[in-house]
Each structure stands twice: as C-alpha cells, then as structure tokens.
Design a protein around this ligand. Structure first.
Ligand code: APR
Ligand code: PHB
Length: 391
C-alpha cells in the first residue's frame, strides 16, 4: 500500500489534517489504535477559539457546530466573594469562543472523511514508523506496510511517533503541576450562562457546559487523587462549596454521566519534526487545561502543516516543511505561557505562603479592573491571530 501522507492518530489533529489535505487533493491514510466508538465518546475539553471555528467552517465541517455550538462573549472570574466578568465583546470586539465538545468535532470530522471516501482505519495494532530519515518513510501495523512520502505523528502525548525520533534530536521542556483536575459531565441545565473560573481557599473549580441540558465541571484535586474517593455526594458538595461563593448563586445538580482525572502538565518537544516525520497537536506539546488551548493548538499546527505539504506536493519544494517547527513554536509557547499564567492565577498551591496568596489576589484584581490587563486575558483566551494573518 502507498499514500502521500501517513497519519498516526484519529484525534482532532490527525482527522483535521486528513480532511484539509483532501481539500487540497492530497491523499492520506489515518491509522488509529482505538475504535471509532471510543474516539467519538472520549470526553475532552470544549472551548473553540474563533480561529478554530473559522477553520472548521471554511473547511466545510462547521455545519453542526454552527447549529449546536454555544457562542460565548465572556467568562467570569469568581474570587473573594464576587464574580467579575471578562467581557470579550468590549475588550476584543468581534472575537468570541464557541462551546462545543471536542468529541463532537471528532464525530463531524470522521463523518466528513468517510463521506468523501477517506481511508480512516480504527483498531489498528502496533503502528511503527520506519526510515523517517529518508524520503521514502513507511509505516507498519498489524502485519501490513504503508509506504508514504511524509508521516504525520498526530498520536497524542502517549503515542509512538515522538519516541521514534532518535535520542538526542529533541529537547523536551516540561512543567508538572502539584495538582490534577477531576472532571465530570452531568445531566443538568448549566447554573450560569457563561463559564465560571472560581478561585477559593479550598482550591479551584470550573463550571462549564456542553448543551443547554448538559453541564461540565472540574475540581482541583491532589495529583494522585483516587476517583473512588469521590462519590457523587462528595463531588457535588465540593462543587457547591467552591462555586456558591457569591450571594444569590445556587448550583443545580443532576446525574453524573462521566468522570475522570486529568494530570496538569505543560510539555513541549523541540523541534516538532525529524526527517520526514512531523509532529502535530498533543504528540508535540500539551498544556494544562486552564486556558482551554489544547485542541486549538492542534488546529493551528495542522493548518501550518497542510500549507507546507501543499507546497511539497505542488512543486517538490521542502522549504515550508523545513520551517514547520519554527513556524509553529511561537504560538505553542504563547499558549504554554497563557496556560501557566491562568493556572497560577486561579489554583491553590500548597507551597504558597500568605504573601504569595496576596500577590495572586492583587493580580486577579488587576485583570478584572484594568482593561489593559483584562485584554491580555481576553485576546489570549479567544485566540491570537494565526501567524499567516499577521505576516
Ligand atoms: N497508534 C495509533 N493511534 C494512536 C497511537 C498509536 N500508537 N497512540 C495514540 N493514538 C491515537 C489516540 O488513540 C488518539 O485517538 O492518537 C489519537 C491522538 O488524539 P488526541 O490525544 O486527541 O490528540 P490531538 O489530536 O493532538 O488533539 C489535541 O486533544 O488531548 C486533547 O487536550 C488535547 O484538546 C487537545 C487535543
Ligand atoms: C471544558 O468545558 O471542558 C473546559 C472549559 C474551559 C477550560 C477547560 C475545559 O478552561
């Protein structure tokens, strides 16, 4: 078998890449370890930047998102007994976010690929990459061989592509946070129209949503927290304690339909490429979810990679491909910084003394009272323009 681009992983990065390449007349095969049902049900984040929304709409896969996604023009920062709105419509006019679950994006992309006759293979075992330092790389899996011009490693943080790069090539940068997020999905109407990021002495909590009937919540917990220690009553009691911190706000509760614990980590591998292997999305970098940047960064990488591959297949030029990592990394690091900043602003760190806590409050006061500081949050949150748009 042969294809132009062999793609490992059917998450948002791999599926969107396959779709965008198809729109340019470039063939690909996507190899995914999990089943279609599994990837379509996997609950992840759900905040899409303006640029992500525009990318999906322009690529013809935004129909359902436009219908069912929830546009938001602000978020609330809640602390010190009051709520403070960061008003996107005033601070970053014309830019907003859309709340639409990542697995809904994945469903839409899979449907589009299959409708176009795309080759997406699920439950594929033992994917391995070979000869990436030549211009005839290939993939093997389940006894088969797929020859490619280029391989895209879109297989997430725990995939096989990044570890296939020879030792000594990559520099890895990592920051582990001393806490995790316990996330739940519940059948209950959201208690707020907008997302609430709440900082309390008990730790951080986030109230998000998926639809007018489904809410999503997160609680800051210990890094080694055991989900079994969190029966429903304890989850709701803790969410109430961390969200009912302003007068008149009552949290509605409902049936919990999904739960999980996510470690909080920032990670970047540089460069995001080696020979004919190109890493995109979580395979190259992850962020703590506080800034809601993970999926959006994957989309930004894939846009750059698509352009570079289009050049390669149009005239054989490798110039844009050679510059892929250099083109992506500024946005990757901006998102690392923003995610670290939001995390630091809102979480309780055991190592913090009273002085550090006062600094945190002072910064929150600044962000919620100064348009200059509020705009810093707002423009990063809705997403800075793509590099192509600024150059
Ligand atoms: N072989 C084939 N597929 C693999 C392998 C492997 N060895 N290892 C992992 N995969 C698949 C995973 O099952 C998953 O479906 O690769 C896919 C990677 O998808 P994601 O983890 O969703 O990563 P990405 O597409 O980069 O999307 C980034 O996802 O993790 C979130 O927070 C992150 O929102 C961000 C987004
Ligand atoms: C979510 O809805 O899953 C979500 C929202 C905002 C975040 C992280 C996750 O910062």
């Amino acid at each position: 078998m042969r294809t132009q681009v062999g793609i490992i992983g059917a998450g948002p990065a791999g599926l969107l890449l396959s779709h965008l390449l198809h729109l340019r007349g470039i063939e690909s095969v996507v190899l995914e370890r999990r089943s279609r049902e599994y990837v379509e049900r996997r609950v992840r984040a759900g905040v899409l930047e303006q640029g992500t929304v525009d990318t999906l709409v322009e690529a013809g896969v935004g129909e359902r998102m436009k219908r069912e996604g929830l546009p938001h023009h602000g978020i609330e920062l809640r602390y010190g007994g009051a709520g403070h709105r960061i008003a996107f419509e005033r601070l970053v006019p014309g830019r907003a976010i859309t709340v639409y679950g990542q697995q809904e994006v994945v469903k839409d992309l899979i449907a589009a690929r299959l409708a176009a006759g795309g080759d997406v293979r699920f439950e594929v075992d033992d994917v391995a990459v070979h000869d990436i330092d030549t211009d005839r790389p290939y993939l093997t899996f389940g006894g088969e061989r797929l020859d490619c011009d280029v391989i895209a490693g879109c297989d997430g943080f725990h995939g096989v592509s990044r570890p296939s790069i020879p030792e000594g090539v990559l520099t890895e940068y990592q920051r582990d946070y001393p806490f995790a997020w316990l996330g739940i999905l519940a059948k209950v109407k959201p208690s707020s129209e907008e997302l609430i990021y709440s900082r309390t002495e008990r730790g951080f909590a986030l109230h998000s949503m998926r639809t007018p009937e489904i809410s999503r919540f997160y609680l800051q917990v210990a890094p080694d927290e055991d989900l079994a220690a969190w029966p429903d009553e304890r989850i709701w009691a803790e969410l109430r304690a961390r969200l009912e911190t302003v007068p008149g706000f009552t949290l509605a509760t409902g049936e919990i339909v999904e739960r999980g614990i996510t470690p909080m980590r920032g990670f970047v591998a540089e460069p995001m490429q080696y020979g004919r292997l190109f890493l995109a999305g979580d395979a190259a970098h992850i962020v703590p979810p506080t800034g809601a940047k993970g999926l959006n960064l994957a989309v930004a990488d894939v846009r750059v990679l698509t352009e570079a591959l289009a050049r390669l297949f149009a005239d054989g030029s490798t110039e844009a491909l050679d510059g892929y990592s250099t083109a992506c990394l500024p946005r990757v690091w901006r998102a690392q910084h923003f995610s670290w900043w939001m995390t630091t602003l809102l979480h309780t760190f055991e190592s913090d003394d009273a002085y550090a806590r006062r600094l945190q409050t002072s910064y929150l006061d600044y962000v919620t009272s100064s348009d200059a500081a509020g705009t810093t949050l707002a423009e990063n949150y809705v997403g800075l323009p793509y590099q192509e748009e600024t150059s």
